[in-house]
Design a protein around this ligand. Sequence first.
Ligand code: ACO
Length: 431
Amino acid sequence: MSEPTKTATLTVDGQSYEFPVLSPSAGPDVIDIRKLYGTTGMFTYDPSFTSTASCDSTITYIDGEKGELLHRGYPIDQLASKSHYLEVCYLLLYGALPDAAQLEDFESRVTKHTMVHEQMHRFFTGFRRDAHPMAIMVGVVGAMSAFYHDSTDINDPWQREVASIRLIAKMPTIAAMAYKYTIGQPFVYPRNDLDYASNFLRMCFAVPAEDYQVNPILARAMDRIFTLHADHEQNASTSTVRLASSSGANPFACIAAGIACLWGPAHGGANQACLEMLKEIGTPDRIPEFIARAKDKNDPFRLMGFGHRVYKNFDPRATVMKESADEVLELLGVEDNPILATAKELEKQALADPYFAEKKLFPNVDFYSGVILEAMGFPTSMFTPIFALSRTVGWISQWKEQIEDPGMRIGRPRQLYVGETARDYVDVENR
Ligand code: ACO
């Protein structure tokens, strides 16, 4: 926590109150109003938290005006091009880039935890065959609390560490199993000789009847998708994880809560919704019709994959994702993919439209990710589970940071009550 540098004065009914102003290492100053209620008897009103800093954090910084995303200070484009997912996981979890020995040790620990308890296989079969893989992920990750009792004590740093490694290691296995279950194929066990992304691709696409060779370019693209989604400071699902964790809930329950929040189409579900939208548009000539709908106040339709609460400039992840889309489609020999052509033309026309310019609406990370994932062979229902597995490290890093903060207390927002005031109960026959 930084020391106050100046104060802010609040004047209500002629009475003034002083509040400390804290300066972050980057970003806008914050007014420390923790003593507001005690001093003034008033709350602040900030539904959807558009102006509220809910915690101190050293993990991720976003400058929405500049279109900048830093993990522990390192720009996302450098991490996406020079690093790889497990190294970024180490960076997010422990705060610094690992040296060669630390990286080897970390990768080895993650690799050795990729299998799930054999009894969990039976847990999967309790779901209906047509269940959405996200429904399975919410259930199975929550159920990990019932399988890994020896890493649920949040007050024990060793157990926290084991839970963190287990979650990062097992999430691809669980996501792949959710996929295999819904298509009626046998589960494919992880293999320790493969890297994280190759292992995930193999668990999704291999079948016992046939050998499966992972294409290294696809594995690199997969790894980059994981990296680009690894963390994004206090977004809705991360705030959900932090709020769940503030009550002392175990890590598996907290991450399951994050997965549930991520599922919605305004958040992680946008990649699925975006690809479905691009398919519905179908051909570039129908784009003006959809842009007109997005601008129509009486139509609930929005351009999926466009707009962001924080970015009011290009989402730096979208730029890398667009390059990846070109690379992957070229590799797969589908350069004239109609969905990619529609996406590019939609981006061009929307960016040239004053409505999107004035509201500072740019493509976000989800705009191109679906195009790549579909080209790789994933059905749309797997897009959000892949986001969830990538974001797990971000959730855990934020969870760990919060637990290690000595000032942590249970999260408990207040409200502006606009309902009935006290009134007497009326017996049913007299209503
Ligand atoms: N298409 C059309 N208009 C939009 C869009 C869009 N995609 N996004 C925002 N707007 C308009 C709103 O109608 C609103 O207009 P108004 O001021 O005239 O009422 C204005 O822009 C501001 O929008 P809000 O909804 O107030 O912005 P908010 O910060 O609450 O929402 C959000 C951000 C949810 C991402 C929004 O832009 C959206 O729904 N986008 C589409 C879904 C999406 O792509 N989500 C992924 C987000 S990134 C992620 O989670 C990985």
